[in-house]
Design a protein around this ligand. Structure first.
Ligand SMILES: [Zn+2]
Length: 290
């Protein structure tokens, strides 16, 4: 009897422990409580619509996170129409900065479809398990959490792409090229510029923790060679890479529109687990529509 209780207790403990691990690994958050759900019918901007329901400040904060997902589907200046619907499953702690979206669904009248994003293992995927964010074939960074800003999206004057990543994450030359400049400035922090053989484009890396030791102006670099590490130097509030691609005339161009992209999908071994999470989120989203 005693050993059965022990055995069962141990089994329960292991089960609980592994479920917790699964929950943390799979969705990047705990499942102790269901995420909160908010549904708004759009009138004005997404931010204004969320603020009406959640209150000023809360809406601003959640909207900033929502924008990182919706920016891949919509031109936020032109495509957000009155009467569209937005649903978000999210968790938050005391600080708005730690809002975490678990799922988001947007029904667009202009695009005549519903877009969905589900958090799984730290990244967002659509209902079929295709990653929401496109990836650059000739990428300056391979391992990162999320693209937090693109070029000039939603009326913001942002001249590049921001990749949120841990300090020290390796950065690479996207093509063969020549190191043109290595410098430090108050706003941009430690910076690196490479003139690329590819169409004479220029690649800029800002806010670095460091440029690769030994790299000097005038040196040739190969595509895929490590050139620097992600940092938080200059005017930057969290570790990230600010990456700019300029054409031969130094005009800033959007790498997602001017270079090759591809999409990652959930590996076969994780499809079942992803599907369970997606269905869990769908049930929470749909529960509010009864
Ligand atoms: Zn930036």
């Amino acid at each position: 009897m005693k050993s059965a209780v022990l055995k069962y207790g141990l089994f329960a403990l292991i089960f609980l422990y592994s479920t917790t691990l699964l929950a943390q690994n799979s969705a990047g958050n705990d499942t102790g409580t269901h995420p909160k759900r908010v549904k708004v019918t759009i009138a004005g901007s997404i931010t204004a619509s969320l603020n009406r329901v959640l209150g000023q400040g809360n809406g601003d904060a959640l909207s900033a996170h929502a924008g990182r997902l919706t920016m891949w589907w919509l031109d936020l200046k032109k495509d957000v129409l009155k009467g569209d619907t937005l649903e978000i499953l999210y968790k938050n702690a005391e600080l708005p900065a730690i809002y975490q979206i678990h799922a988001l669904r947007y029904t667009s009248q202009k695009k005549e479809r519903t877009f969905s994003a589900f958090l799984y293992n730290g990244h967002f995927y659509d209902e079929n398990g295709r990653e929401l964010e496109p990836r650059l074939t000739h990428a300056p960074i391979k391992s990162y959490f999320q693209v937090t800003e693109r070029m000039n999206i939603a009326g913001r004057n942002h001249h590049g792409v921001d990749f949120k990543a841990d300090e020290g994450t390796a950065l690479f030359a996207p093509y063969d090229g020549i190191v043109e400049r290595i410098w430090t400035a108050p706003a941009n922090g430690n910076s690196l510029k490479i003139k690329l053989d590819h169409q004479n484009q220029k690649a800029y890396y800002l806010h670095l923790s460091k440029v690769e030791p030994g790299l000097k102006v005038g040196m040739r670099v190969k595509a895929g060679q490590k050139v620097a590490e992600v940092g938080n130097t200059g005017r930057s509030t969290a570790a990230h890479l600010h990456y700019e691609l300029h054409d031969k005339n130094e005009k800033i161009i959007d790498p997602y529109l001017n270079d090759e992209i591809y999409y990652q999908t959930i590996p076969a071994a994780y499809v079942e687990s992803f599907t369970e999470w997606r269905n869990y989120y769908l049930s929470l989203l749909n529960a509010g529509n009864n």
